[in-house]
Design a protein around this ligand. Structure first.
Ligand code: HEM
Length: 506
């Protein structure tokens, strides 16, 4: 008995002193046998973004978690622009999304996010054709305006009149959910209204996203067991998938019906949504979407587009408003620019892209927001053939490659000594234009062949919302409300953004 007690004491003393010694020299404890990976995962579960940033700072941009034969998984975490260029562009074919990603993201079906190689290429072509169609650009602006006028402004008026506090993050999520439903299906979910209704398919969408993130960070055996037992997050996921799929399939049927009633595919030009574009497939793709058995792949396209375009935009808008509201000199400069470029005879006049593109300072503020708070904070890749990264780190088939876009914005080597400062001016050239920064240094919209298809559209959408919001209201974040990034696939605020609004007087 005494021997066992002594052995236990010795073991705890060993663990404690080992941890204390490592804690001083390294941000993550390097344990014998299991390596640094468990320590990193433990701290990453609680604070993935800050934990990876401090680890990467310590290891000068790239760190290798070599775990032992027990875990049989290696991981390379990087924020080094040369590595990013290599992985996302130069040696792109060697770094697909891979089987682990496919496994955890099965709700995405065979959509663009989850596919690689030729399937991905065909899907990208189809989406680019539809999204770069002039009719879609016009429709996208129209939908955004419609939501501002019939959704956002009435809700903010209500909030103002009642002197209420409101979670702006939630408002933006409702806004972007309604807009993406309109863009994909031509259907308005009307989730943004003064009643703050609970929309079952919106809630289902959120539940799916949450469950996928849990799968990402938990051991495979854990979530597979939950799925097998049909309990916890996996049970929720199953139910949410049923609700969301029902919604999507109903929308697809409605689109088919509407299309069969109209005389020609171009009759409804002002309602050029993406499902209709795929159904008429003017891009000349390989799939015949006119037949009913293409419903499943249409469902996958729709789901992937909603995942791509909803939370990314709402996350960026939320961080943007908080950063602007807490930096009054920047807010003044935005308002001065709006006055100078859009105010004619005392009225805001702008009809579209051309005027919005002239708002260079506003664009710089959005870029600076995404530099510090990228909507997609991580990217993850697998490895096909053994390779050596420009930083000298070796990778092979059992290595998971993790890129921290969040840490990149906080690296002195990339952005200089003032990397933590919110400074839109760094984006403006001497001639007053937007500074070109290579995407491997600023990959908020990804880099290389898989870069974001919705970038231009997002800037237009976000500028419309920013102008309408800042011109009409003064936003005050509620004092003492904590602002922290959430551990999620998209960089939400953990506790939302509680604000009050007052009206601007001329
Ligand atoms: C602020 C807004 C946005 C940001 C920061 C953003 C960022 C990104 C990032 C980082 C990726 C790469 C994801 C990965 O490979 O894992 C991506 C891909 C993609 N984005 Fe966006 N996105 C935004 C808005 C949108 C919108 C509004 C749409 C369209 C509805 C869209 C459509 C796509 C698509 C289809 C892809 C997949 C491209 C491919 O795999 O080839 N995005 N985006």
């Amino acid at each position: 008995m005494v021997v066992v007690a002594l052995l236990c004491c010795f073991f705890f003393y060993f663990v404690l002193s080992y941890w204390m010694k490592n804690k001083k020299s390294k941000p993550v404890t390097d344990w014998p046998i299991v390596g640094m990976l468990p320590g990193f995962l433990l701290s990453a579960v609680r604070r993935p973004h800050d934990s990876s940033t401090s680890t990467l700072r310590h290891f000068k941009g790239t760190v290798e978690f070599k775990s032992s034969w027990i875990l049989n998984v290696d991981c390379v975490l990087t924020s080094d622009p040369m590595n990013i260029n290599h992985i996302l562009s130069k040696n792109f074919a060697n770094y697909p999304k891979g089987s682990h990603f496919r496994e955890v993201t099965d709700p995405l079906g065979d959509g663009i996010f989850r596919s690689d190689s030729d399937v991905w290429k065909a899907q990208r072509k189809l989406m680019l054709t539809a999204m770069h169609d002039k009719r879609f650009e016009v429709f996208s602006e129209k939908c955004t305006w419609q939501k501002v006028e019939k959704g956002l402004i009435p809700v903010l008026e209500h909030v103002y009149k009642l002197g209420m506090e409101v979670d702006l993050q939630e408002l933006f999520q409702r806004f972007t959910f309604d807009v993406i439903c309109l863009l994909v299906f031509g259907f308005d979910s009307n989730s943004l209204s003064v009643e703050f209704p609970e929309i079952p398919h919106e809630k289902a969408f959120d539940d799916i996203e949450k469950a996928v993130f849990t799968r990402y960070i938990m051991p495979k055996a854990y979530w597979k067991l939950l799925r097998w037992l049909n309990v916890g997050q996996e049970k929720k996921l199953k139910e949410a998938r049923e609700i969301f799929d029902r919604f999507i399939y109903d929308c697809i049927s409605a689109s088919r019906e509407k299309l069969s009633r109209s005389k020609s595919s171009t009759e409804n030009d002002e309602e050029f949504n993406l499902i209709t574009a795929f159904l008429v497939d003017e891009g000349g793709g390989q799939t015949d979407y006119t037949c009913e058995n293409s419903n499943e792949i249409l469902r996958d396209h729709a789901f992937n587009l909603m995942a791509a375009g909803r939370d990314t935009v709402s996350s960026c808008l939320t961080w943007f408003v908080w950063l602007v509201a807490t930096n009054p000199s920047i807010e003044t400069k935005i308002l001065d620019e709006i006055k100078e470029k859009l105010l004619i005879n005392g009225e805001l006049r702008f009809s579209g892209t051309k005027e919005l593109n002239a708002l260079v300072y506003l664009q710089a503020v959005f870029c600076e927001t995404l530099r510090l708070y990228p909507s997609v904070p991580f990217n993850n890749k697998s490895v096909v053939q053994p390779d050596v990264l420009p930083s000298g780190h070796r990778v092979d088939q059992k290595t998971k490659v993790l890129i921290s876009f969040y840490a990149m914005g906080r690296m002195k080597q990339i952005w200089g000594e003032d990397c933590l400062d919110f400074k839109p001016e760094r984006w403006i050239t001497e001639r007053g234009g937007i500074m070109h920064v290579p995407s491997y240094k600023f990959p908020a919209f990804n880099a290389g062949p898989r870069s974001c298809i919705g970038k231009d559209m997002s800037f237009i959408q976000m500028k419309i919302i920013a102008v309408a919001l800042l011109w009409n209201y003064h936003i005050q974040p509620v004092e003492g409300h904590p602002i922290l990034p959430k551990s999620s696939v998209v960089l939400h605020m953990k506790y939302g953004l509680k604000i009050r609004v007052t009206k601007r007087s001329g």
